[in-house]
Design a protein around this ligand. Structure first.
Ligand code: KIV
Length: 272
């Protein structure tokens, strides 16, 4: 029997149709409870490989595995009903060949129920993106600052602040769009460059550290909730949950140490 819900989940074509329309709201999610909290507010939930930093405490996203992405991706699909869920393909799961990328992306889609995958890279990944799209796997691209290429880029550096750098980045974006990506993340680039790409490509552009004129915006949820003492310049902290958790944990510790917790109302009495 099929599962019926009253809420229709947004599809990849729904998101693709938002080019030049109302901005697409995207946040990252890695767990079912967070997906449930973000669900009513987001058009897309991105299970980013940033979970390597946020959840697992790695310095880069490079150690993230396909199994991690599948476990967290499936949790986000289970925890949400309305947003389109897209899952990042981690480093070393797509670069070898289009066939390798298809095999791994097909696992992600089949084992999570997500609508599509995200792949970092420009011109050099265009053939792979076209291969996946032709075989039924929607792809969100990711150009500009590409965290999986941190070692080639020599750090997490903003792209396109010199006009001489623009041509290569625009070529990346155009190649990704021509390959059939329905959308692409524009990360860490000069705002005028993001504007230019948004005008040039038919794919929906999702900015992070890019420009308010992109077709949508994404942030790492824990960054915008203020989980960490510091965040990149492009992050606006919409809450200070790190401080709230610190305060709550301190109050809990004090209550336990002073035996004020658990109180009578938190304990069970005998029935007879
Ligand atoms: O891994 C991630 O969360 C991302 C977004 C920040 C775009 O790629």
């Amino acid at each position: 029997m099929s599962k019926h819900t009253s809420i229709k989940r947004l599809t990849v074509p729904d998101i693709a149709a938002r080019k030049g329309q109302e901005p697409v709201v995207v946040l990252t999610a890695y767990t079912a409870p967070m997906a449930g909290l973000l669900d009513p507010h987001c058009d897309v939930l991105l299970v980013g490989d940033s979970l390597g930093n946020v959840i697992y405490g790695f310095d880069t996203t490079l150690p993230v595995t396909l199994d991690m992405m599948i476990a967290h991706g499936a949790a986000v699909v289970r925890g949400s009903a309305h947003p389109c869920v897209i899952i990042d393909m981690p480093f070393r799961t797509v670069e070898e060949s289009p066939a390798q990328a298809f095999r791994n992306a097909a696992r992600v889609i089949a084992e999570t129920g997500a609508a599509g995958v995200k792949i970092e890279g420009g011109v050099h990944m265009a053939e792979t993106i076209a291969f996946l799209v032709a075989r039924g796997i929607p792809v969100m691209g990711h150009v500009g600052l590409r965290p999986q290429s941190v070692n080639v880029m020599g750090g997490f550096k903003t792209q396109g602040r010199r006009k001489s750098e623009w041509q290569a980045i625009i070529a990346d974006a155009e190649a990704v769009a021509a390959a059939g990506a329905f959308s692409m993340v524009l990360e860490g680039m000069a705002a005028p460059l993001a504007d230019e790409i948004t005008k040039k490509v038919p794919a929906v552009t999702i900015g992070i550290g890019a420009s308010a004129q992109c077709d949508g915006q994404v942030l790492v949820t824990e960054d915008m909730l203020g989980f960490f003492p510091s965040a990149p310049k492009f992050v606006r902290r919409f809450a200070e949950l790190g401080d709230a958790i610190d305060k709550a944990a301190a109050e809990y510790a004090e209550a336990v140490r002073s035996r004020h917790f658990p109180a009578t109302e938190h304990t069970y009495t005998l029935r007879d």
